[in-house]
Design a protein around this ligand. Structure first.
Ligand code: SF4
Length: 67
C-alpha cells in the first residue's frame, strides 16, 4: 500500500519524520515521504503514525487513516 502526505493539510508537527525517519522526511515546515519509500503503507508503524498525525495529512492508498 502506498503512503503519501497531503502537503495542503500537513501543519508541520514533524512527528512522522521523528518516529519513522527511514520513511518520512521533514523540510521547510512539512512532512513528506522519502523517495523510494512510498510502498511503506503496509507497515504497522506507518499506519500508526498516519492514525496519530494531528492533521490527518498522511494517506494510505490515497485515503485518510482514522483509528
Ligand atoms: S505528522 Fe502529520 S502534521 Fe506532522 S509533519 Fe507529519 S504529516 Fe505533517
Amino acid at each position: 500500500m502506498k503512503v503519501s502526505v497531503d502537503a495542503d493539510v500537513c501543519y508541520g508537527s514533524g512527528e512522522c519524520a521523528f518516529r519513522a525517519p527511514a520513511v518520512f522526511g521533514f523540510e521547510e515546515g512539512y512532512g513528506f515521504v522519502l523517495p523510494g519509500r512510498a510502498e511503506s503503507g503496509d507497515d504497522e508503524l506507518i499506519r500508526d503514525i498516519a492514525e496519530r498525525c494531528p492533521s490527518q495529512a498522511i494517506r494510505i492508498d490515497g485515503k485518510k487513516v482514522t483509528d
